[in-house]
Design a protein around this ligand. Sequence first.
Ligand SMILES: Nc1ncnc2c1ncn2[C@@H]1O[C@H](COP(=O)(O)OP(=O)(O)OP(=O)(O)O)[C@@H](O)[C@H]1O
Length: 294
Amino acid sequence: MLRVSSVNRTFGDRKVLDDISFEVSAGRMTGFVGANGAGKTTSMRIILGLLSADSGAVTWNGEPVTRPVRQRFGYMPEERGLYPKMKVREQLTYLGRLHGMTTSAAQRNVDDLLERIGLAERANDPLEKLSLGNQQRAQIAAALVHDPELLILDEPFSGLDPIAVEVIAGVLRERASNGVPVLFSSHQLDVVERLCDDLVIIAAGAVRASGSRTELRTKFATPRFELVLDGDAGWVRDLPGVTIVDLDDTRVVIQLANPDDDQTVLRAALARGPVRTFGPIVPTLSEIFREVTQ
Ligand SMILES: Nc1ncnc2c1ncn2[C@@H]1O[C@H](COP(=O)(O)OP(=O)(O)OP(=O)(O)O)[C@@H](O)[C@H]1O
């Protein structure tokens, strides 16, 4: 497990990380979300030891992150790092070698990866000849080539078309299910919502919420329910403890003074006729994000 504990960082007189703490657990995809300038890249750079913290600690399985430990991490930086003129397969193999792999092991991994991410046919092209989306796929492959123990990816999905997002998500999820903790930042909240098991929401250098997707949804759930009937749903306003949030003919969104009254509402509705939909409204990640960062 990766643990970031009470990390602080100032640039000049600006505090950009304010007592940041969170964990990235084995086998989990952790989405790291925050507005521009919130501190995601700075946190990632500190995890990787590319930047020092003013105070606080980063540990990997309880131990400090030393250079040999870092060597076993996979990192996709914000400033993409591959050589434009070097052939894709050649440079990925070279990166595998830099991480201590033999040439044949590196080549095997590279060939598997290129096949998985749909770049096998471009293996012998220089990176700069690839479309931006395909260059992005190659950058992701560069973080994966040495079978890292931990993956830290800065905006891995930016610039990818929906099919590429699915392909890359599948590869990352496979690594996660093999026990690799994956931390990835993204502005695409719909993608994060779909992919991540855990979330860290950061704003102005501080963690505003963290935990599993389910925990956060429960925590930020409002006592709201959707009810869809065959006939007009306006009568619901006469039930005690019910406030109408939105009414559109047969569909009504209600807020309950006591969330346990949901079954009373359901029984009242069934007594009047068919009920097509009834259930709590689960907040989306965008709604949670807005609530904790405003
Ligand atoms: N080397 C630096 N010197 C001075 N300020 C910096 C430096 N690096 C980052 N900052 C500032 O720290 C703050 C956090 O930046 P960071 O890049 O970590 O945010 P981010 O959440 O990754 O943003 P984005 O989503 O735009 O990539 C910003 O205000 C940025 O301007």
